[in-house]
Write a protein that binds this ligand. Structure first.
Ligand SMILES: [Zn+2]
Length: 322
């Protein structure tokens, strides 16, 4: 059973069905004014949050599906239901939240209200504090749905007042079957891309269709050549094209460390590059592999979280010390 009709104009993903049903069941059995729906891998939780909002707002009797014919559904379909508030962290401030609550308290006693806030992990401390007070004493018939990609940095004060719903990643074999309906590639390649994307089928599909995926094969080929020539500087030009190639190289070195520790090959990330992983292992001492792994992670951190960084020099430092 699918719930595509809840999310007009969006692509619905089949693995969301089960989560959707469980959350709707939860709402039907328990009082729940505020829910945080979180995962760390992609934005499919935003799609789920919207579908749940539509079901909560619907006046129909159907258990799971919103009816699409009641006044509320019709207004939602035309993006004009007055008491559905979809708020993004970058446009949100404390005054805006207070204005919404004032409006709700003045004009809408009989309608369901949904306040849906995207990426609450990016809200300022002041907004979180304001939200906290409102969630503690919410207006009547008002639901707060909060989506989040990093639950670990959400303050306990707000988590303790919400139901925290973990959107688990789909089973790997299930995701592979879904990917095979969208892209023609060998299973080992699809499984590799899925593992590189931490199990997110949406991100894996994007990766498989990207230029980065082709560049990964250039990186693998040049890495094999550099190892044969004992000249790691040959990797500089390809690594200097995209920060994400550093991440892909880190996954290869992580696999090398796993292999070094006797982990079965089937648990590696880069299943399509086993021969290169063995070559890295053969050509480098244990100490050098761990040092390289540490240098690459520092490089990745600096490239992503520091400004005014010279990428070429950082990569050069890793390669000189390989
Ligand atoms: Zn309806």
């Amino acid at each position: 059973m699918a719930y595509e009709n809840n999310v007009n104009n969006f692509t619905w993903y089949p693995w969301l069905n089960n989560q959707y049903k469980k959350i709707i069941d939860y709402y039907s059995k328990k009082q729940c004014n505020a829910m945080i729906i979180y995962n760390s891998i992609d934005n499919s939780n935003n799609l789920l949050c919207y579908a749940i909002s539509r079901r909560l707002i619907c006046q129909g009797k159907n258990h799971y599906k919103s009816c699409n014919v009641c006044d509320s559904c019709v207004l939602m379909s035309s993006n004009s239901y007055p008491y559905y508030y979809e708020l993004h962290y970058f446009t949100l401030n404390t005054q805006k939240i207070r204005n919404i609550i004032t409006s709700i308290n003045q004009f809408s006693f009989k309608q369901v209200k949904v306040i849906y806030i995207i990426n609450i992990e990016k809200l300022t401390y002041q907004i979180i504090s304001t939200l906290l007070k409102i969630i503690e004493y919410p207006p009547a018939m008002t639901y707060f749905i909060l989506s989040c990609n990093n639950i670990s940095i959400i303050p306990m004060t707000i988590k303790s007042r919400c139901i925290c719903w973990n959107m688990k990643i789909p089973d790997e074999n299930y995701s592979i079957k879904w990917l095979q309906t969208n892209i023609f590639d060998k299973e080992v390649i699809i499984r590799t891309s899925l593992r590189i994307c931490n199990g997110s089928p949406i991100n894996a599909l994007v990766l498989l269709r990207s230029k980065l995926w082709n560049n990964r094969y250039i990186l693998l080929s040049q890495l094999s050549h550099a190892l044969s020539e004992n000249n790691m500087m040959l990797l500089l030009s390809i690594l200097n094209t995209n920060n994400k190639l550093i991440y892909l190289l880190i996954t290869l070195i992580s696999d090398t460390i796993k292999m070094l520790n006797g982990v079965n090959e089937s648990f590696l990330i880069n299943l399509d590059a086993i021969s290169i992983i063995k070559k890295i292992l053969y050509k480098n001492s244990t100490c050098r592999i761990y040092q390289l792994w540490s240098n690459l992670i520092n490089c990745w951190y600096n490239l992503n979280y520091r400004s005014n960084i010279n990428r070429e020099l950082l990569i050069l430092h890793c390669l000189v010390n390989w």
